[in-house]
Design a protein around this ligand. Structure first.
Ligand code: P6P
Length: 330
């Protein structure tokens, strides 16, 4: 029988990469994996149970929250409260950060989007969980806002779970990217994609092209070039699904600035930074058109940023074009 390496076994094995590791980060990653296994179970049966409909409340961005969002948020908070390794969380579903009292002196904080792409739930399109882990910077005791407003380069780990034709967890601790597929028959994430590397070039571009008329000139020129070069257009409308395909097949995922949303739509802290850490660790690039996403200053929990991420050759080209546009304007 082919030897199976479970997520727990892999995390413990890799812990040896960190000479001063005391097991806290490993424990945190395992707890997040547990929460996502339960979310996967609930997402996969949503069509059968009355939990996928509109919850009738709104999240911090004023968007309609669906019941599965609420369930996923509560599950992650509950697992992190029990982990003992996390002193606070910030989530798309909560206006402000949530200190975890019973582990208020723990050394990590976790930011997450519990169920990104949830508007696709009722049409059975892939959705995902995104998480970022930081060391706290405040003194012991209740965590502070500064613990969450850290630049992406300070992440100690990040990852996502894509609930698709199979459920996959992909994560990095800064030493490469590894993917694990959930085997429901044993309830374990099993190593299926060791050492993921993004293709240097790509022939797929992903953007909501229906907003073409709202894009800046540089983005329009890049899209025109992609079409002229015979690139394929693919867009799921679920960031985790689009970024996962980009990571595996190569290409570029773009959510740009538009005339109606100058800062784009996607959030820096719990969508763009964690996914940029993954893409960079796999050999890709991630930028806002001018600057590296992971070096952008974090000023508020739910701040948004334009993002261009994926195969290095494609991201470099869009940066060249945007740079040329900047020069022409100056
Ligand atoms: P649009 C889903 O609502 C989401 O937050 C991301 O997962 C996705 O990439 C984006 O919004 C899609 O937005 O404006 O293209 O529908």
């Amino acid at each position: 029988m082919r030897s199976i390496i479970t997520l727990d076994e892999f995390i413990i094995q890799k812990q040896k990469d960190f000479p001063f590791a005391t097991g806290e980060l490993s424990g945190l990653l395992r707890d997040i994996g547990l929460a996502c296994k339960i979310i996967s179970r609930e997402v996969n049966k949503a069509g059968l149970a009355d939990i996928s409909g509109q919850a009738g409340i709104e999240n911090s961005s004023g968007e309609e929250v669906q019941k599965l969002d609420v369930m996923a948020d509560n599950l992650l908070i509950s697992c992190l409260q029990n982990s003992g390794e996390c002193c606070g969380i910030a989530s798309e579903e909560n206006t402000t950060f949530v200190p975890i009292k019973k582990s208020e002196n723990a050394k990590y904080v976790v930011l997450f989007d519990p169920l990104d792409g949830s508007s696709n739930i009722d049409v059975n399109i892939s959705i995902g969980t995104i998480f970022a882990i930081y060391r706290r910077v405040s003194d012991d005791g209740e965590c502070q806002l500064e613990d969450f407003l850290q630049d992406g380069v300070e992440q100690v780990a990040s990852g996502y779970v894509v609930y698709g034709s199979s459920t996959m967890l992909v994560y990095t601790t800064g030493k490469g990217v590894n993917g694990f597929t959930l085997d429901p028959s044993i309830g374990e994430f099993c190593l299926s994609h060791p050492d993921i590397r993004i293709p240097k070039e790509g022939k797929i571009y992903a953007i909501n092209q229906s907003a073409y008329h709202k894009f800046d000139t540089g983005t329009k020129q890049f899209i025109d070039e992609c079409m002229e070069n015979g690139c394929n257009f693919r867009y799921v409308g679920s960031m985790v699904a689009d970024v996962h395909r980009t990571l595996i097949r190569g290409g570029i995922f773009i959510y740009p600035s538009t005339t109606s949303s100058p800062n784009g739509k996607l959030r820096l802290l719990y969508e763009c930074n964690p996914l940029s850490f993954i893409v960079e660790q796999a050999g890709g690039h991630s930028t806002n058109g001018r600057e590296r996403i992971m070096e952008l200053e974090a000023t508020e929990l739910h701040q948004r940023t334009p993002i261009y991420m994926g195969s290095p050759d494609m991201v470099k080209r869009v940066e060249e074009i945007c740079g040329e546009m900047m020069k022409e304007r100056s």
